[in-house]
Design a protein around this ligand. Sequence first.
Ligand code: AMP
Length: 136
Amino acid sequence: MSTVFKKIIDREIPAYILYEDDDVLAFLDISQATKGHALVIPKEETVSFLTASDAIISKVNVVARKVALELMDVFKAQGFNILSNVNEVAGQSVFHYHVHVIPRYTKDELVFEPKPNAYDAKEVHEQFKNHEKNGL
Ligand code: AMP
């Protein structure tokens, strides 16, 4: 399951690295959704947010917050989106867990388009609560 990110970790291909420690690497996304768009990944290979251990999720997200703060400072961003795509249907294209840190600017043109009112929250909640294998 070796991916392009494993090659970046192993320095087989180049990347614009922002941060590195024993467990985590952060580098610029080759396709910049906004200025400073970064990816934060664990060095340990794991497919996604769903397969990563609690410890890995914690380490990656702690670094994502530090990177986000630094990017906001350097590029004078006003905020950011933290995003992790899980599975192809959600847009995942590299199957090595990663968190996107996407700095946001007052005048950027990035649009996320949720569809409000597509489903009735009351009905969705009933279905969720009635599911017998609900593990929460
Ligand atoms: P996702 O679609 O959520 O799996 O995100 C994968 C991201 O990896 C995409 O935004 C790509 O632009 C980015 N990407 C793919 N190859 C590279 C690379 N060699 N260096 C940096 N970013 C990459």
